[in-house]
Design a protein around this ligand. Structure first.
Ligand SMILES: Nc1ncnc2c1ncn2[C@@H]1O[C@H](COP(=O)(O)OP(=O)(O)OP(=O)(O)O)[C@@H](O)[C@H]1O
Ligand SMILES: Nc1ncnc2c1ncn2[C@@H]1O[C@H](COP(=O)(O)OP(=O)(O)OP(=O)(O)O)[C@@H](O)[C@H]1O
Ligand SMILES: [Mg+2]
Ligand SMILES: [Mg+2]
Lengths: 227, 227
């Protein structure tokens, strides 16, 4: 469902050139549960932004579900992104003026879901992540971990084909982490492809495959969680 | 150096009242290295904001280095905060339009340090956190972990009496985490009081004392890291 060939992302030029990604070849099958790991600054978030069609590569080709997304722009790209991808960012990116419920509803507005149905589905997703009593709170009325849980509810509410999560449990205590990982596991069992950036071995153990990045390059493409 | 008595922080009222902190009594001696732990939503960041004079309690008294800060306002409070406290937030809070260097220099401008000296000290702090080659980068040109390291450099550059850190290693891989914890340890050995929110047992093991929060209350005030 993800096929990247010779992907590069370059910032700056000449002396100040930074190859955030370099010669990246990555293929992910439908239904895989894949962790992306690597040191701070190794390119994990950059890779996630390109997979999620939020950023375009400087070089290389990217086929998402057999569609060449490097040839798409704006509306068409946004449409594919909204339908196929659910995104949990490293810094949440919730709308600060909107409640947890309205933030979770947002992807369904783009997708044309009816007002009654989207309210129900948003509430259901927020209950699943443990925020039943925080539906009306705005982000600055929520703890760090609660904001991340709203982001997760928002990411799953359109039932995307791929769930991309950048450190989804980074700000969560062990109990909430276990609940969230159980949720990701259920979604994966139900057929969703999950790609998750993490630096925690506990989280990586829950996946089937680890991709290891270092200095913008893929060091290992198919590690198993055991080692 | 920190003496809190019967501190409460209340949001909303009547049916929607949330006691983010309730009947909190906390005393921290100069030079302690103390972890604050507890489930997501238990009040850790709220407590940190009050300790750091960024928020005032709804009830109770708070003596910071024997000064009753609940009776101070604006300039006087900002002055105490700038001189005594270094803050690492859960969401970095760097100035988005300023480079790593300028973000790190900021506390020294308030403190009246000369331009030449503050440039040197900022550079030195950034080198210590491993960002020697990122001095001119703005936050959106830095990875999540790199932004957190700028925040740490900024927090220590005025040599504060208390270092408050909310999940400082949350976004960092294990190697950078070890480097940052070694840095906090050195600072504590040199006399700095360190209060750190963490949900990672690896990090808590490095401290001398654990305070455990649950539903806005202090459940345990003096746990040792061994259990
Ligand atoms: N402005 C506000 N209005 C209403 N409720 C608030 C507000 N700010 C915080 N809260 C509530 O106070 C409680 C404690 O929040 P706090 O951010 O201190 O938790 P935390 O322990 O830091 O959690 P985490 O580990 O998820 O970061 C939460 O239940 C939150 O919803
Ligand atoms: N806009 C930009 N301009 C210049 N350099 C950039 C820009 N964005 C990212 N970088 C650099 O690209 C590299 C990779 O960044 P990225 O955010 O992908 O790392 P990461 O693996 O997610 O790290 P972390 O674990 O700390 O979040 C970093 O060295 C960063 O400084
Ligand atoms: Mg990142
Ligand atoms: Mg918090």
């Amino acid at each position: 469902i993800i096929l990247m060939e010779n992907i590069a992302k370059i910032y700056g030029s000449g002396n100040t050139e930074v190859r955030a990604l370099d010669q990246v070849n990555l293929s992910v099958e439908t239904g895989e549960y894949c962790a992306i790991m690597g040191p701070s600054g190794s390119g994990k978030s950059t890779l996630m932004n390109i997979i999620g069609c939020l950023d375009s590569p400087s070089q290389g080709s990217y086929l998402l579900d057999r569609v060449d997304v490097s040839s798409l722009h704006d509306d068409r790209l946004a449409d594919i992104r909204n339908k196929k991808i659910g995104f949990v960012f490293q810094q949440f990116h919730l709308l600060p003026q909107s409640s947890a419920l309205d933030n979770t509803i947002l992807p369904m507005i783009y997708a044309g879901v009816s007002p009654a149905e989207r309210r129900d589905r948003a509430e259901e997703a927020l209950v699943r992540v443990g925020l039943a009593d925080r539906l009306q709170n705005k982000p600055n009325q929520l703890s760090g971990g609660q904001q991340q849980r709203v982001a997760i509810a928002r990411a799953i509410v359109n039932k995307p084909a791929i769930l991309l999560a950048d450190e989804p449990t980074g700000a969560l205590d062990s109990r909430t982490t276990a609940e969230i990982l159980a949720l990701f596991d259920e979604l994966n069992q139900a057929g969703m492809t999950v790609v998750m950036v993490t630096h925690e071995t506990e989280v990586a153990k829950q996946t089937q495959r680890i991709v290891w990045l270092k200095d913008g390059k893929i060091l290992h493409s198919h590690l198993t969680p055991e080692e």
